[in-house]
Design a protein. Structure first.
Length: 121
């Protein structure tokens, strides 16, 4: 969360901020930041974790079935919903969403995920 707080102003295009667009940020656990895989995640990887629309649990279940694509701030690299029908847990790019709405101020929603999304999926 701390890394996102520091980099969020440079990640979000000003036109999204000025248009009062709701953003959904998928934030990996603190442990994911301490792994050898992404000790210092590149800027593009952080962009890949931001969905420029409101996406809460209900919207994911009702409007985005398995294999739906979700555009991110990393152009040309959508996320893929991998939640199986009737599954108890939601997943995107085969990464489980662990905590819904860690933060929600009406413009920014933060969803907790268990690891970083793999952009090559």
């Amino acid at each position: 969360m701390m890394i996102l707080e520091q980099t969020l102003p440079t990640l979000i295009p000003s036109e999204l901020i000025n248009n009062n667009t709701t953003l959904t940020i998928f934030c990996p656990t603190d442990n994911a930041f301490f792994s050898l895989k992404y000790p210092q995640p590149p800027f593009t990887l952080l962009q890949y974790h931001i969905f420029p629309t409101k996406l809460n649990k209900e919207a994911l279940k009702s409007s985005h079935p398995c294999e739906s694509k979700l555009d991110t701030l990393l152009g040309g690299h959508p996320l893929v919903v991998t939640t199986l029908p009737k599954s108890q847990s939601a997943s995107i790019n085969e990464v489980k969403i662990k905590d819904w709405e860690i933060f929600n101020d009406g413009q920014v929603i933060v969803q907790g995920i268990e690891d970083f999304f793999n952009p090559t999926m």
